[in-house]
Write a protein that binds this ligand. Structure first.
Ligand code: MBD
Ligand code: FE
Length: 288
């Protein structure tokens, strides 16, 4: 498919997220009881009915929302819309009692099975990849204190124009994506380029809502991580840059104070470096 306009580019871009989402969930059952479905569905309907009564929603407004919901699907934006406006609450509930590092939402741009390497890696990038070089070091440990050798750290990020490989046309397949295995001390080192603040695709239905409400479409610059270690809960995280633009007004509400990086210049002037350790909860951590 050859994109013909900005709109086509954005649509091609985000529709891929529907495909990768289906791949991710195809082996999960998602079983739940009839009672749970009935309770949650009826409470959601009640909440909607209450808003309609309280704000005297008109037929014109109902039809506008109906047309907009249809367009979310046509634009392939359900993964984008839900991950931006809903996922953060699910993440809060899922991790509220978990010891170890705070996490954040997965978002729509994760792709499984990125290229793997061990110990110290440079993420796949173009020869002329723009941006400020960043060396990211981490030790992966258990909340019980021991390092976790063999832990897998899956990292993905936008380039310095805010474009993600696999979703934006013209970016090499695995650009700025990789999986690194921790060494005998649980340590990894990743050389990459600092990401830039990122504007979510705003040409489709999600952007239409943002414009209609007078909001903005920006996320602060961020690195995404999935940290997997045997016997431990997988940590889904995002790390941000302290004091950077939009850290206080993320459209996806996915920033937490514990997720801030403070990179410092490397002595030889080659870029910046930072360390941030990942602490994972044992699978059997106590839940109230
Ligand atoms: C992103 O890059 C992202 O991380 C989220 C959560 C939503 C849209 C784009
Ligand atoms: Fe992202």
């Amino acid at each position: 498919m050859t994109p013909k306009s900005e709109l086509d580019i954005a649509t091609a871009d985000i529709a891929n997220a529907t495909k990768t989402f289906h791949e991710k969930v195809k082996n999960t059952t998602g079983e739940t009881s009839q009672a749970r479905v009935a309770q949650l569905a009826s409470e959601i309907f009640s909440a909607v009915h209450n808003v309609i009564h309280e704000h005297q929603v008109s037929y014109a407004e109902y039809d506008a929302v109906k047309a907009w919901l249809i367009k979310v699907g046509e634009d392939g934006e359900w993964p984008l819309f839900l991950d931006v406006f809903v996922e953060h609450a699910v993440e809060d509930v899922a991790t509220a009692q978990r010891p170890g590092s705070k996490g954040s939402i997965l978002g729509p741009f994760y792709v499984p099975d990125a290229p793997r390497a061990e110990g110290r890696i440079t993420l796949p990038m173009r020869a002329d990849e723009p941006g400020t070089p960043l060396v990211f070091r981490s030790q992966v440990r258990s909340a019980e204190g021991t390092p976790l050798p063999g832990a897998q750290v899956d990292v993905w990020q936008s380039d310095s124009d805010g474009l993600y490989s696999h979703f934006a046309p013209g970016i090499p397949e695995w650009n700025l994506r990789g999986i690194v295995t921790a060494d005998a001390e649980g340590r990894i080192e990743i050389s990459t380029m600092e990401p830039a603040p990122y504007q979510i695709p705003h040409e489709g239905a999600t952007g239409q809502l943002i414009v209609a409400a007078g909001w903005h479409a920006w996320r602060p610059a961020h690195l995404h991580f999935l940290v997997v270690a045997e016997g431990h809960e997988t940590l889904t995280s995002q790390l941000y840059f302290a004091g950077g633009p939009y850290t206080d007004e993320d459209v996806a509400s996915a920033v937490k104070p514990e997720l801030m990086l403070n990179p410092t210049p490397v002595a030889d002037g080659s870029g910046n470096e930072v360390e941030y350790d990942f602490v994972l909860a044992p699978v059997d951590y106590p839940r109230a």
